[in-house]
Design a protein around this ligand. Structure first.
Ligand code: NAD
Ligand code: TYD
Length: 341
């Protein structure tokens, strides 16, 4: 197969490309990526000399370039990871989220409709909104997104489903839990807390830190997507996570213990507006396709943290570069003021 992996220079996309080429040595992969701040060539540093991999730098909103790339590379399948992905960035500057996540996905659907290619779309548990205690989201639950990021992902998710219903296109969707692992941009909680702890800087915990997340290892997300690509049914949605959650303070504890750092680094700061209290998904539908996660959330967070301890070459230039400006914007006042515990 010839795959077009959009957003393949990002965190999950690059892990997926590495995983896929390892498991499917006959396949060719074209990474199609705009190389935003989160898209980094070095995420695939070990693979650029591989003749099975190439990079096209482009925007998923550029219909002519997506179409031309699919035609000239004989693409059979698009796996769409390309997105703006950080909730806090979506609060600071939301419009680009609609542009890439909604319009960009729509453009991919139009190319797929025209050329008869299969599309697998990467969605998120955040489309369900925050989940009351005692419930786990199932794929048929109504979507109730609560941040600009989540709303743009929900719109994209529904467009993909609408194209299946209306045009019968061969599309599938996975909704992933919070992923952790190598090459995650340090705006996200686990790499931010790991690298802050390594730098001896405070860990800014929003609000009381009792929010619950299913921290799943990116490896298990990759095997989940592979399972759907090989055995999933067109038009269907599949949740991918561990089905277990922990509080953010429990996650912080694992990060600090793994690095041998002191809890005194934790600093409670002003909460994120509209902060979703709990995500939790039921993953039985994917299990029925003979998939099982390898890591539980505790192992996933510990493994991810170890990677940052061992790969300063990767995060150090990010932390000392343009990231600084975002960090100050997001955290300077919060850290100066502190917050309720
Ligand atoms: P990321 O922010 O690390 O990477 C996003 C990638 O998309 C980057 O390489 C970026 O350059 C590229 N991109 C952005 N805009 C583009 C555009 N207009 N055209 C082409 N490329 C563009 O994101 P990630 O964490 O790897 O997430 C990948 C996908 O998985 C996203 O769709 C996200 O919504 C979804 N997801 C993420 C998580 C998570 O925990 N990170 C969980 C569930 C679902
Ligand atoms: P994040 O990695 O941004 O993922 P999401 O918001 O998509 O779940 O955040 C994970 C959790 O950690 C979330 O409850 C917000 C919290 N968090 C903090 O407490 N402090 C931070 O600086 C960040 C980035 C996140």
């Amino acid at each position: 197969m010839n795959l077009l992996v959009t957003g393949g220079c990002g965190f999950i996309g690059s892990n997926f490309v590495r995983y896929w080429l390892g498991q499917h040595p006959q396949d060719q992969v074209v990474v199609y990526d705009k190389l935003t701040y989160a898209g980094r060539r070095e995420n695939l540093h070990d693979l650029w000399n591989d003749p099975r991999l190439e990079l096209v730098v482009g925007d998923i909103g550029d219909l002519a370039l997506v179409r031309q790339t699919c035609q000239t590379k004989n693409i059979d399948l698009i796996v769409n990871f390309a997105a703006e992905t950080h909730v806090d960035q979506s609060i600071l500057g939301p419009l680009v989220f609609t542009e890439t996540n909604v319009r960009g996905t729509h453009v991919l659907l139009e190319v797929v409709r025209e050329l008869g290619i299969r599309l697998h779309h990467i969605s998120t548990d955040e489309v369900y909104g925050h989940i009351r205690d005692g419930h786990q989201s199932v794929e048929t639950d109504e979507l109730a997104p609560r941040s600009p990021y989540a709303a743009s992902k929900a719109a994209a998710d529904q467009l993909v489903q609408a194209y299946f219903i209306t045009y019968g296109l061969p599309v599938t969707i996975t909704r992933g839990a919070n992923n952790v692992g190598p090459y995650q941009y340090p705006e996200k909680a686990v790499p931010l807390f790991s690298t802050n702890a390594l730098l001896g800087e405070p860990l800014p915990v929003y609000g009381d830190g009792q929010q619950m997340r299913d921290y799943a290892h990116v490896y298990d997300h990759c095997t989940g997507i592979e399972t759907v690509l090989l055995r999933g049914e067109a038009g269907q949605v599949y949740n991918v996570g561990t089905g277990r959650e922990m509080t953010n303070l429990e996650m912080v504890d694992i990060v600090l213990t793994t690095l041998g750092k002191d809890y005194a680094l934790v600093k409670h700061v002003a909460d994120r507006p509209g902060h979703d209290r709990r995500y939790s998904m039921n993953v039985e539908k994917l299990r029925r396709l003979a998939w099982e996660p390898r890591y539980d959330p505790k192992e996933a967070v510990a493994e991810a943290t170890k990677w940052y301890a061992q790969n300063e070459w990767w995060w150090s230039p990010i932390r000392s570069g343009e990231f600084r400006e975002y960090y100050d914007r997001q955290y300077a006042q919060r850290l100066a003021e502190g917050g309720a515990q």
